[in-house]
Design a protein around this ligand. Structure first.
Ligand code: XMP
Length: 322
């Protein structure tokens, strides 16, 4: 690992902001940079740091990959425009679904279906079109640590595993928060004046809902997991859990509807307590709430006939399924 961790107790958020703004100015110089904003706290902090450093010379893009949650793009654009940061939405969903076609193996899904499309195709195109030389992104300490340790190939980690982005994709990548874990990133977000809905936003993975579809990721299967996600977030998202999510399983299971056999889909609900995603335990949710989630999912999503709750800790589970 190249960068050392700044632990929360040692973090002076105000000083960190001043130092990173200066570091971005120095690294980018008079050039143009682009920020890849997903709306999560990590990329939001990086976008605001870069906006402070560069003003109009920062081009901020939200990539609509077809894998985001309901209404996510418009919500993020609205929040950032209120902060004075213009965000352009780029619809690249056809490219992602084309790359994900037929892919079922988890690491291949991340690498071929997500990472390559983001970096080789979408960002490289935006960099070329805008004349930028630098891409800013919100890689954090845990992303690097888990990828370097071989736990999971996070979609945004390169140099630490021997990939030179300049050679591989044609542009430099700057990672201003790579020394921070999530709680420290949130402290910087608060110090930057980001609204609570961003500063305290539960994590959401870079591969988005593709990390929650076991088996092939198609528009139809993402639509199912998107609806289930909305339900679990509505029902369980206000209880202070670290993350709540729904996973769509690959094999249909046997169910019964209207007195007749109905093969249908199975959704797994996961709700996690965790400080920093390195370890996690399942949240102790009252049984009647779990039953309500199951009732809503199976009645509002007719394709689904079975709902389960994951009671495993991380390790050996991971937070996301893919
Ligand atoms: P796992 O599934 O590895 O997730 O236990 C740990 C935390 O990281 C998030 N996650 C990702 N975040 N790119 C990201 O930016 C990724 O590829 C990625 N994969 C997982 C996950 O939601 C959890 O908070």
């Amino acid at each position: 690992m190249s960068a050392s961790e700044i632990i929360l107790e040692k973090l002076d958020a105000g000083r960190f902001i001043v130092e990173q703004v200066a570091a971005i100015r120095k690294a980018v110089g008079d050039a143009i940079a682009i920020s890849a904003l997903s709306g999560g706290v990590d990329s939001a902090v990086v976008t605001l740091l870069a906006h402070r450093a560069m003003g109009d010379r920062l081009k901020t893009y939200f990539i609509e990959n077809g894998l985001m949650r309901e209404g996510e793009a418009s919500q993020i654009v609205r929040i950032f425009e209120a902060l004075g940061v213009p965000v352009a939405v780029v619809d690249a969903s056809d490219k992602f679904f084309a790359a994900l076609k037929g892919v079922t193996e988890p690491e291949e899904k991340r690498e071929k279906g997500i990472t390559q499309v983001f970096y080789k195709d979408v960002f490289a195109g935006l960099v070329r079109a805008s004349g930028a030389t630098v891409l800013l992104q919100g890689t954090n300490y845990t992303d690097v640590e888990e990828t370097a340790a071989g736990v999971k190939r996070q979609h945004n980690v390169f140099e630490q595993i021997g990939i030179d982005p300049k050679a591989a994709f044609g542009y430099q990548v700057l990672e201003p928060i790579v020394q921070l874990r999530k709680p420290a990133v949130r402290a910087v977000a608060r110090a930057l004046g980001l609204p609570r809905e961003i500063a305290e936003r539960p994590p959401f993975p870079g591969p988005a809902l593709a990390a929650r579809v076991i088996g092939e990721v198609t528009r139809e299967r993402v639509a199912i997991v998107r609806r289930a996600t909305l339900i679990v977030e509505e029902e369980l998202g206000h209880r202070g859990a670290f993350q709540v999510l729904a996973v769509l399983h690959e094999d249909p299971v046997t169910g019964v509807r209207g007195g007749r056999r109905a093969f249908g889909q199975q959704v797994e609900v996961r709700c996690w307590d965790s400080a920093d995603a390195v370890t996690a335990t399942p949240t102790n949710i009252p049984f009647h709430l779990l039953c309500r989630v199951a009732e809503r999912i199976t009645s509002e999503i007719p394709e689904v006939v079975s709902v389960t709750y994951n009671i495993t800790s991380k390790p050996p589970s991971c937070i996301e399924a893919v």
